[in-house]
Design a protein around this ligand. Structure first.
Ligand SMILES: NC(=O)c1ccc[n+]([C@@H]2O[C@H](COP(=O)([O-])OP(=O)(O)OC[C@H]3O[C@@H](n4cnc5c(N)ncnc54)[C@H](O)[C@@H]3O)[C@@H](O)[C@H]2O)c1
Length: 391
């Protein structure tokens, strides 16, 4: 007996990642998987079919998924794909249910057990499955690289016979996983770094990575360790303090997000107009509309003498590493439910119950199934960076 696992080739225009990489193949086989992939699934990151040993490649999607017990993907598959799955199969991918109503409807109709990667609980035990964090960390690193290549100046201090120049000033706004990685990267590259977030616990984290913290006196801790929306008065207070720091920065990286909401606007047109000539903003929140009023999602624009870079799907730009980490996140999730060549879902497991979106024709509440034992009380939120202190 074995578990039939199928890996889809991604079809969304900017998506280059793949849900399985060669290093994860032996691990899944050890759990009892028989692996199938759609032909060319790794092509976008230069992983040809021949790079995968012990995987059967199938060109026809319907033939690939029709027999699968478990289907792995990065982006939400189309409702048509779900129509091709056998009833009761398992799907593991990002889903973003609030934007994918037709997909969710199809998952319910086909009684698919769907684990949505964005729902992995942000608790200690689930860190190894937390794809939001693994992908955000890469995006935070890449934001600094993007900023550096758009700047007409260097980040570190360099001394030459003609004199010394630098270091550049970098301001990181929004100190979640991506923002902290951006701080660490900019600091490693020799820039003078400042960080700002509305969650006060990020102050200590920023300091421990070598940045100064911009203190605004506004505390906007929300539910579940996330930030809340600021009142108009709080926004004005923040803007007043931030303006001076924005004006001095050579590079600004913004990552601020509030779950389920458009990105908060933290840099106004007037603030952009007051920035240094040649300064660069890398807006990692472009997906949610951007943190700057002048951001045009998916584009790089010149606004006066300032360049605003607003890439979409940044982890995909680092597709090899992003796929490696994503595939490991999915493997770690599968390892909770696959043993001795079968799938057995323990609904008292807080990670599985929290990640499940649909099961047996019903939407999951995020809690273990009624009547089951409560999950162990190990749900202590913490930062994912091993080199910063837990909040
Ligand atoms: N396994 C875990 O325990 C775990 C893993 C990852 C993240 N987390 C926690 O989850 C939370 C969210 O992390 P994330 O990386 O997903 O963040 P996110 O992408 O939701 O948001 C990025 C940052 O933007 C900040 N922000 C929101 N509004 C802002 C504003 N108006 N001004 C300035 N900053 C603003 C948020 O506080 C957050 O730090 C954090 O508390 C993080 O430590 C826990």
């Amino acid at each position: 007996m074995y578990v039939n696992v199928a890996v889809l080739k991604e079809t969304q225009p900017l998506e280059r990642r793949v849900a399985l990489v060669p290093s994860v193949v032996p691990k899944l086989i050890k759990l009892g998987a028989k692996l199938h992939m759609q032909c060319g699934a790794g092509d976008a990151i230069k992983l040809g079919d021949s790079a995968f040993e012990d995987v059967v490649f199938i060109a026809d999607r319907k033939a690939l998924v029709g027999d699968a017990d478990v289907v792995l993907a990065v982006q939400p598959p189309s409702p048509d794909v779900i129509g091709e799955l056998k009833e009761g199969a398992i799907l593991i991918s990002f889903v973003y249910a609030e934007k994918e109503k037709a997909l969710v409807q199809r998952l319910l109709e086909k009684k698919i057990t769907c684990f949505a990667m964005e729902r992995v609980p942000r608790i200690t035990r689930a860190q190894a499955m937390d794809a939001l964090s693994s992908q955000s960390a890469l995006a935070g690193y890449y934001a600094v690289q993007l900023g550096a290549i758009h700047l007409a100046r260097i980040l570190p201090k360099i001394t030459t016979a003609a004199g010394a120049i630098g270091p550049a000033k970098v301001l990181v706004i929004g100190l979640g996983v991506a923002g902290l990685e951006a701080i660490a990267t900019a600091h490693r590259l020799g820039a003078v770094v400042e960080g700002y977030d509305v969650r006060p616990e990020t102050q200590e984290q920023a300091l421990s990575l070598g940045a100064k913290f911009v203190e605004t006196g506004v505390d906007a801790r929300g539910e579940g360790g996330y930030a809340r929306v600021l009142s108009a008065e709080e926004k004005a207070k923040v803007a007043e303090v931030l303006t001076a720091h924005i004006q001095q920065a050579d590079l600004i990286i913004t990552t601020a997000a509030i779950p389920g909401r458009p990105s908060p606007k933290l840099i106004s047109k007037a603030q952009v107009a007051g920035m240094k000539a040649g300064a660069v903003i890398v807006d990692l929140s472009a997906e949610g509309g951007g943190n700057c009023e002048d951001t045009r999602p998916g584009e790089t624009t010149e606004v006066g003498a300032v360049t605003i870079v607003a890439p979409l799907n940044v982890p995909s730009l680092l597709g090899q590493d992003a796929s490696e980490l994503y595939a490991k996140n999915q493997y770690n999730l599968l390892a909770l439910m696959m043993k001795d060549n079968i799938v057995k879902i323990d609904w008292t497991d807080a990670v599985l119950a929290g990640t499940a979106l649909t099961h047996d024709g019903k939407l999951c509440s995020g809690n273990p199934e009624p009547g089951s034992k409560p999950p162990p009380k190990s749900a202590k939120p913490h930062t994912t960076r091993p080199d910063v202190k837990a909040a």
